[in-house]
Design a protein around this ligand. Sequence first.
Ligand SMILES: [Zn+2]
Length: 357
Amino acid sequence: MQADGIPVKFDPNYATPVRGAELPAILVSSDDVGFYGDLKFLVDHSPPFHDMVFVVEGCGGKEVVDDGKPRVLTFLCSALALKFILEAMSYAVVNTPIVTPQENETRRPTVTLAHKSLPCLKKTDKTTIEEILDFSKMYELDDFVHLTLYDSMKKSGHFPPAVMLAVTAWTHHGNSNYWGTQLITAGGLQAMDEWSTKIIKYHAPDILEGLTTLFQRWEEGYSKFKESSVRVPIDGYDGFHKVCLVNRCKAFKDYKGNFQLLQTTTREMMWAYAFRSPMLMHPSKVAKYCMDTIGCDVCVERIAGAISWAWKHSTKKQTWTMNPRKRTPKRGGKSITKPKKKKANNGAAAAAATAAP
Ligand SMILES: [Zn+2]
């Protein structure tokens, strides 16, 4: 660092002063990397930032002098985290509906454009994620950062389900049920790292309870599924169908007429398939997967039918989803519970509700 607090090293994307900046500044990370920027946006949207820039200068005896020199602000936050925050902020701006004065209409960028401009979050470590979240909380930027953080992490595809679940618990963005399901086949409790457990315990302890029972339910359901899938095809006939025998279907040739071998092989393959993700067990997906590997529609209909039957009779959706009890979303957070289906007696219920004091 130089005598005037200006760092020697700058992030390449933020290495030059912003032209026409209203509040020119250099933000300095804890690892001494500088970012040229315009504080205007941060000051306008973050009360702590506003106080930091104006109140401190006003009360500290230091005059607010507009000498055009950038303010130098140092943060207890790494360059990686600081860069993400800055990018997430500009991403949030891009995704804010723009009202054009000429046309007087609101325009929103397309989803593709928004997705493209998402800040890149390559395999960042958990410390950086925590720094980003802490910074965002301290400077009251959650509304700008939370959704972007979750989306960027999801887009990067680098984070294990435990970390994704932890960020979901913290930010209240994303589907905790989904990550819970991913977690059961990633190894259950073994796939939970210390950091994620700590975060979930603090921000949404009910998810942690939900996980423990989910892993138990899955263990039982999965072994029940294995047990009940050891059965003859749905038509009860334990051998190649006569159509297959006459036509010498692909499966008949592949397994040299050994139906039992075809059945055991397919069954074991389906166990692995279900284990990889229970979400794939929809009958149509099962049939497609079997078709791709067996290649005879008659054989597939019988064997895939038996597998789907076994799945349906041994598991319920609760076997592999958490369904945590209703959580009260934090301010600004989205509710994760689906709206209830309209009941036939909705009108009566509504009337009763309005009549109540
Ligand atoms: Zn066949």
